[in-house]
Design a protein around this ligand. Structure first.
Ligand code: MG
Length: 271
């Protein structure tokens, strides 16, 4: 049903994950009032170029080909925000989502960032979104099937008083950005497709919960890409590429361990 990765392949995916981590970190350093989302996208492009990594978002087919190397979604934008002339302002909450392929292996992650202080409700939304991803990562290490993780995520979001957006799913990842299986965040999505699956060592998933402050209804803007909340209220999205190993979960897009920093420094980054 889906391909499991060998330990050697996971090590190679980790390298791609470190490049994604570095790209998101450099872009995050550029987040401030007045910067445009296109400028942040350029920072990510430069990192990929320095590492000789292939950007995976640019050129993706849709009504028009996706024009950037990252998706940057601000406030009411849920996913697939197209970087452009939008200038960030204090109080904005944004998700930067990107992926690359390095020496044949892919990684995909998204971070949630704030421009200055957020309203308390948006701060809670951001916190709940990060918690939901962390909870999923923790639960993946001991659950037998993905459905258990999805149920735990949905219960957490409900407790925190937000909506879990159902229209988009995480995915398997490996040589391709999107591989089997689909990874729904909500048990209702699983129930509709009947596609629950076992969790076992060697499985690598891009896990990406999306929370909304208001309702979960969505619409797509005229650009054919940017997905926004129907009620115009903020949404938040985070993502990691997560591997299951015999010892538990390994966040392939997580920050470098001390011994991995030298590898990143070879490209001239300050880590
Ligand atoms: Mg993804």
């Amino acid at each position: 049903m889906y391909q499991l990765k060998t330990p050697e392949q996971l090590t190679r995916m980790r390298r791609a994950g470190l490049v994604v981590w570095q790209a998101l970190r450099e872009a995050g350093r550029g987040v401030r009032p007045g910067v445009t989302t296109a400028e942040l996208d350029q920072v990510i492009r430069d990192v990929f170029q320095r590492c000789d990594a292939e950007p995976l978002f640019e050129g993706r087919p849709g009504r028009t080909r996706f024009p950037a190397v990252s998706c940057i979604s601000v406030n009411e934008e849920i996913v697939h925000g197209v970087p452009g002339p939008r200038r960030l302002k204090p109080g904005d909450l944004l998700t930067i989502d990107t992926g690359c392929r390095l020496e044949g292996w892919c990684a995909d992650a998204a971070v949630l960032l704030a421009v200055g202080p957020l309203s308390s409700r948006m701060e809670q939304l951001a916190q709940a979104t990060r918690e939901t991803l962390q909870l999923a990562i923790d639960r993946m290490g001991r659950a037998a099937r993905w459905g258990e993780v999805a149920r735990a995520m949905a219960a957490h979001v409900r407790r925190r008083g937000f909506s879990l957006v159902e229209g988009y799913v995480g995915h398997g990842i490996g040589r391709q950005l999107h591989e089997r299986p689909d990874v729904p965040n909500h048990p209702a999505q699983l129930a509709r497709t009947g596609a629950d699956f076992p969790l076992q060592p060697g499985l690598v998933l891009a896990v990406e919960p999306i929370l909304a402050l208001g309702g979960k209804q969505i619409r797509v803007r005229e650009d054919g890409w940017t997905v926004v909340t129907a009620d115009g209220l903020p949404a938040a999205h985070v993502e990691h590429t997560v591997a299951l190993t015999p010892k538990g979960t390994w966040v392939l897009t997580g920050p470098p361990e001390p011994q991995e920093r030298d590898w990143l420094r070879r490209f001239g980054f300050t880590v």
